[in-house]
Design a protein around this ligand. Structure first.
Ligand SMILES: [Zn+2]
Length: 280
């Protein structure tokens, strides 16, 4: 912990370990928290934890809201079901510590492809990916909403963020939610009078956060953010056995160090988006 203020010490003791937005993630984060000290609670960037005076201060400094898009979804036998929101929220908390702004609670409902199987079961997302053999309902997934409903939820949140005084919103997480978000950016900017940011085409080739499904990228990010929520021993020992419902490079090659690299590359792109828009 680089920040030795009484608040942060108390907070560290309260959280005990690596919270998604609570205690610092690595030395760099701790340093940034210390640098970001400007008020009562330097480490607090989550909207739900702010007192009104803290909210006013952070909003006046940088009127950017971060909206983590997530799921409760099978991410292999080796990662917690909330991996999507944990990754997007953790990335955004780090952005908020470095650039300012406030992180909203994650949305755990999201769109995805869906179809009805021959036996009448509803299959969603990874239930019928190539790596799921045979196609079947994967345990723990309970996040799906129709695209129209997800749009309505996001619209309602944007209305409230505008009302609260935000000028800009960055949202990301869970592929289908990410794609739905960037597909409507221009129309929503006009409708809500907000600057909106996401993983658009101009940065998607270099974006390194949540770019596979429970494979090397997501597993590494989770090992960096929340190592206690990853158990690689749950994966088949033999490389000849393909992990079920996992898409991308082998998660058995994941590491926390690679996860941190992916986080840093993604944060650099968020900085560029904000910079280009004149927000920093
Ligand atoms: Zn994911």
């Amino acid at each position: 912990m680089g920040d030795a203020s009484p608040q942060s010490r108390r907070r560290f003791l309260q959280t005990g370990t690596l919270g998604a937005c609570g205690a610092a993630i690595g030395t760099a984060a701790a340093t940034t928290q210390a640098q970001a000290t400007n008020g009562d609670s330097p480490a607090k960037v989550r909207c739900d934890e702010l007192l009104p005076h803290e909210f006013r201060t952070r909003l006046a400094e940088r009127a950017i809201a971060y909206l983590p898009l997530g799921t409760l979804e099978w991410h292999g036998e080796h990662i917690a079901l909330g991996a999507d929101a944990i990754q997007s929220e953790s990335l955004m908390c780090e952005c908020a510590r470095r650039f300012g702004g406030i992180v909203m609670p994650p949305i755990h409902l999201g769109p995805d492809r869906a179809k009805t199987a021959d036996d009448g079961t509803m299959l969603i997302g990874m239930d019928y990916a190539d790596s799921t053999t045979p196609p079947r309902q994967l345990d723990g997934s309970c996040y799906w909403v129709p695209p129209g409903l997800h749009d309505m939820i996001v619209d309602a949140i944007l209305t409230q963020l505008k009302r609260a005084g935000f000028k800009a919103v960055f949202a990301d997480g869970h592929g289908p939610s990410r794609w739905a978000w960037v597909a409507n950016l221009a129309e929503r900017e006009a409708r809500f009078g907000l600057r909106l940011f996401g993983v658009t085409k101009n940065i998607s080739a270099d974006w390194k956060s949540q770019v596979d499904h429970a494979a090397k990228n997501e597993t590494s990010l989770m090992m960096h953010y929340r190592p206690e929520l990853v158990d690689l021993n749950r994966l088949p020992e033999s490389r000849d056995v393909r992990p079920q419902g996992v898409g991308g490079a082998d998660p058995r090659d994941a590491s926390a160090a690679f996860g941190k690299e992916c986080m840093e590359e993604s944060i650099a792109l968020v900085r560029k988006l904000f910079d280009d828009a004149g927000l920093l």
